[in-house]
Write a new protein. Sequence first.
Length: 89
Amino acid sequence: CTTALKKDKTDVTTQHIKAVALLKLDRYNDAARFFEEAGDNLKTKAKLEYAYTLYKIGKLQEAAELASEIQGQRAARHVEAQSVWAPGW
């Protein structure tokens, strides 16, 4: 992904793949930085993954709000519930 993004930094599909890879590697802070650097197109395309990232780095209210916007995805309800009921809310 990194090599492909050097050629085209705006390729949202490749950005999405890299974000998922970072999450699967439990690199949540790196994923958060990557989402911020990539911008709004990636945050829109990968809304669930972004919400999960926010949850994992402790931005619980932002994660819950974002997850509540996602329609028709059971996983989004899980992120929302985890964020709302997590200590620190």
